[in-house]
Unconditional design. Structure first.
Length: 573
């Protein structure tokens, strides 16, 4: 179907409107949905972020306490009582442990009566007795104890890790105090804002670390409806009464695995949600800018699409023209078959008469006939040209239908020499020199010599016509893999690119009307396809033309079915 200019405009507007509807509708609906539901989505994101921070801090704290407990147990169970009660030795061990992790304040060895046997640290606790301390009785019962924060003999909040060991009839307790500043620093990492914080409380709701906004260590912090027995994370709102504007805080609590405490992380939800309006503004801006881009893209895409449609229509016209030419070629093939049949009959008669003349000459004495040798030579030439004419008629039949190419051993240099010699007389009459440069190392190929010779004669003859008078035709052969490459060049007028692209089209010719049919190169192209080779052309206006012919080592193998079909077709012809 061929479109007119008005139909192209109609298609243009229909496609443009379709593009705009399909592109803008989802964008507008998505933007409206985002604006309507952004509050809930953003709150869920804040909760997920708070949960992730809490879980991360909990893992860090559990790792911290696990490592500290492991360090104390390792020291207690890998050193003897004598080594640990030697204060110089204990001081050295304490220094080594501090180098790997500066997390301890002091360390002491306590006998089963509660007295310090050895002590390393900044406090004067050598004479302290822990017999009445709650943790002392608990460590004797449980073996390992991590206490809540308490004041003790230091009169400052701290907590300890104590380990009981029995060895060689001797029992003792290794006690170490954790540095609260290290623990506080661990909790203060990755705060998301000025109102965010993290702290620890025990099961009774007593702060085990300082809170930025909810009290100091050993003060109470209330968790509304907090399930103390749960090991899962719990989210809950906390009202900050200290803020004049009554900011609502989002809190998360999670129990620690290694300590009888809870981690509480608080984030200012209002502070996080303050970017909501900015996000809504960005969504509106995205909607406007995105719509502009979509409209612009729709215009450009539609224009290109219509351009492609016009190009496709133009290509379709060319295909239709080629199909018409193919139909003409089919008709030409049938006509060629008829002509070949009609020409073959007189050729056979001519050949028989030439043979009959030769037979008559054989019965005569050469001395009795004045021009005996000339007559005999003429009869031989007649027979040679009849054979050549028969070959041409066979090629005319092959042009009309695919014929299985022959497979004869060919010395390509010799074949090219014969073709050049056949045209040398015509070239000499035009003062055109045919120059040959043959590679003596090119391989022997297997192909159809008659068809290859026809290709060479057609191309060289075209080169002579392109030069007209006074010029040179160069023929060069060289090896091409297992096959051969033949380059035939002339120094004629050359061709422009538009002409060069059409030279293998049937019926296309640059010669004057009546001087050429436009079938020579088309036949060459068709023959080379059957022989498994190919032909190409390069040309520069004013500098001549070069044809390159590639012939394989042998033609492609034709299947038995295809060969049978071709022979059947030839039989029918």
């Amino acid at each position: 179907m061929t479109h007119t200019a008005s139909s192209y405009r109609h298609i243009y507007w229909r496609v443009l409107v379709t593009f705009l509807l399909l592109s803008l509708t989802p964008l507008i609906l998505l933007s409206l949905f985002s604006l309507w539901h952004i509050d809930a989505m953003y709150s869920e994101k804040i909760s997920a972020s708070l949960e992730a921070v809490t879980s991360s801090k909990r893992r860090a704290l559990d790792t911290f306490f696990s490592e500290r407990i492991a360090q104390i147990k390792f020291m207690a169970f890998t050193h003897s009582y004598a080594e640990l009660t030697d204060e110089s030795r204990l001081s050295m061990l304490f220094s080594v442990m501090q180098q790997s992790s500066a997390s301890f304040v002091d360390m002491g060895i306590i006998d089963m009566d509660g007295h310090h046997v050895a002590y390393v640290g900044p406090f004067d606790l050598k004479s302290a007795n822990y017999a009445n301390a709650d943790w002392f009785a608990e460590v004797k019962r449980r073996g390992v104890v991590v206490t809540d924060v308490f004041l003790g003999f230091r009169k400052t909040p701290h907590f300890i890790i104590a380990v009981l060991r029995h060895t060689a009839g001797k029992s003792f307790i290794l006690r170490a105090t954790i540095d609260m500043e290290v623990l506080q620093h661990l909790l203060e990492r990755e705060y998301s804002g000025p109102h965010s914080e993290a702290f620890l409380i025990n099961r009774q709701g007593v702060l085990q670390t300082d809170s930025r906004f909810h009290g100091k260590m050993m003060e109470s912090f209330t968790l509304p409806a907090f399930p103390h027995a749960s090991q899962n994370l719990v989210l809950f709102p906390v009202e900050d009464s200290k803020d004049a504007e009554t900011s609502w805080l989002q809190a998360a609590a999670m129990s620690l695995e290694k300590m009888p405490w809870y981690l509480v992380v608080i984030d200012d939800a209002n502070e996080s949600l303050s970017s909501l309006h900015k996000l809504q503004t960005w969504i509106m801006l995205f909607l406007v800018v995105g719509s502009l881009f979509i409209v612009l893209g729709a215009f450009v895409s539609t224009r290109r699409l219509i351009g492609f449609l016009q190009a496709s229509d133009a290509e379709k016209k060319q295909i239709d023209a080629r199909m018409l030419q193919s139909s003409k070629m089919a008709a030409l093939g049938k006509m060629a078959a008829g002509v070949a049949h009609e020409v073959n009959n007189p050729l056979m008669l001519i050949q028989e008469n030439a043979g009959w003349i030769k037979d008559l000459l054989d019965e005569e004495s050469p001395e009795s006939i004045k021009n005996y040798n000339e007559i005999l030579t003429s009869c031989n030439k007649i027979e040679d040209h009849v054979k050549r004419a028969k070959g041409i008629t066979q090629r005319m039949l092959g042009f009309g239908r695919r014929m299985n190419p022959g497979r004869t051993e060919i010395l390509i240099n010799s074949l090219i020499g014969d073709a050049c010699e056949m045209l040398r007389g015509e070239a000499t009459g035009r003062n055109i020199k045919i120059s040959c440069d043959f590679d003596t190392k090119i391989p022997v190929i297997y192909s159809d010599p008659a068809q290859v010779e026809q290709i060479l004669i057609n191309i060289i003859d075209n080169a002579l016509d392109a030069i007209g008078r006074n010029g040179t035709v160069s023929v060069v052969t060289k090896r091409e893999g297992e096959g051969v490459c033949i380059e035939i060049s002339d120094d004629g007028a050359g061709m422009d690119e538009a002409t060069r692209q059409r030279i293998f089209d049937p019926f296309f010719t640059t010669k004057k009307v009546g001087e050429g049919t436009g079938l020579g190169l088309a036949i060459c192209f068709s023959i080379l396809e059957k022989l498994g080779g190919h032909i190409s052309c390069t040309s520069v206006p004013g500098h001549g033309t070069t044809f390159t012919v590639i012939l394989p080592h042998e033609p492609p193998v034709v299947s038995i079915d295809s060969d049978y079909a071709m022979k059947a077709e030839q039989t029918e012809g």
